[in-house]
Write a new protein. Structure first.
Length: 351
DNA sequence: GAGCCGTGGTA
DNA sequence: TTACCAAGGCT
């Protein structure tokens, strides 16, 4: 017989009262929640992203755009550039769309899980998290931490992702009417600090006595399907420099790195056949190769330096960006790496 | 359901 | 170095 839901809830919340992580977007256990804007902003940033990575971005966004109306009025390019380096750039596009939708409704976030779920960028997890944390709604919050904790607690043998239905049902049965926000954050804190993916610290766990997975070997849960190997793609990016500035483009608004400022490239993202790159029709030399891992493929990007002087064929689809301010261009990481490589070459040549 | 979509830390 | 993985959402 499983431990009762109330036993588990009580043990978890008692643990949380003395072991909650202190985070910039969070209020201490048992105290009023932060403004919905802060809860929403942090939850979107935290999607598939670590608290350490999010913290500086959260602080910068909040300082620059203190309210959802401020963010709604922001320039698209400024928001994309401010998000640069955090990844999953569709989140930034949806963030802006969501801010504008909320501002259009008077600037107040909806208070129910269902209404939150209808906003851009809020899926099942984020809608439930904002409802529970910001509005004290008894919503079922399931993220990767909760999946792991629950899969171990009940020794769920069914592999992910098929096990999600079972895990959600267990989580829903555990979720309290009182302190639902603290409960959700407690589950996530437990997963982040005690019930970790590898080497869980069961000796410190408040739920150890109630955990079926501990007896069976906690690290085997959750069971996961095997992953596909990542392919390697090859591509080129182009460094065109003139009068102390480099030519940058803005990528199309959809797909990989959508809406982000970037170096011109040879459409490597669309090329999955591994075909050899054709020769370039002008004076170019290679500055080396940037290796970068994306979610579903690895990229070997050859950086080509333009060594000619005729830039007349460049159209209006880009901009000359001063090299002295290249770190403010808002380049995603793969192009920030390429820029560092190019600048290192330039400095070497100058010596 | 499965593919697409970033990045950096860790063992 | 390789492999895994983190407060997921959208199509």
């Amino acid at each position: 017989m499983d431990a009762s839901a109330e036993t588990i809830r009580s043990a978890l919340l008692t643990w949380y009262d003395s072991h909650a992580r202190s985070l910039p977007w969070r209020s201490p256990p048992g105290t009023p929640p932060p403004e919905p804007y802060r809860v929403w902003l942090s939850e979107v940033m935290l999607q598939q992203t670590t608290t350490v990575a999010v913290a500086p971005y959260f602080a910068r966004f909040l300082e620059r755009w203190p309210t959802v109306e401020d963010l709604a009025a922001a320039d698209d390019g400024d928001v994309m550039a401010a998000w640069a380096g955090l990844g999953y750039y569709a989140r930034a596009r949806n963030l802006l769309a969501c801010a504008r939708a909320v501002a259009a409704q008077g600037g107040a976030f909806p208070r129910t899980e269902a209404d939150l779920r209808a906003l851009p960028g809020l899926g099942a997890y984020t809608a439930a998290a904002v409802a529970a944390i910001a509005f004290d709604q008894s919503a079922t919050v399931v993220d990767a931490n909760v999946e792991r904790v629950v899969a171990r607690l009940f020794a769920i043998n069914q592999p992910l992702p098929a096990a999600r239905k079972t895990i959600r049902a267990h989580t829903e049965a555990l979720t309290p009417v009182e302190r639902p926000g603290d409960f959700a954050q407690a589950m996530m804190d437990l997963g982040a600090t005690i019930c970790t993916p590898r080497a869980p610290r069961c000796l410190l766990c408040p739920l150890a006595a109630m955990c079926a997975g501990r007896r069976a070997g906690p690290e085997q849960f959750p069971v996961k399907a095997a992953k596909k190997a990542k392919p390697v793609r090859q591509g080129r990016a182009f460094w065109i420099e003139r009068d102390g500035a480099v030519w940058l483009m803005t990528r199309p608004g959809q797909g990989l790195l959508g809406g982000m400022r970037a170096l011109p490239d040879d459409a490597w993202n669309a090329r999955r056949d591994g075909a050899a790159a054709p020769p370039l029709p002008g004076p170019w030399r290679s500055a080396g190769t940037v290796r970068h891992g994306f979610t579903h493929f690895d990229l070997e990007l050859q950086l080509m330096l333009y060594s000619g002087s005729d830039c007349s064929s460049l159209d209006g689809a880009g901009t000359w960006w001063p090299l002295g301010r290249i770190d403010t261009a808002g380049l995603p990481t793969v192009f920030a790496k390429a820029a560092r490589l190019a600048l290192a070459q330039t400095e070497y040549q100058g010596e």
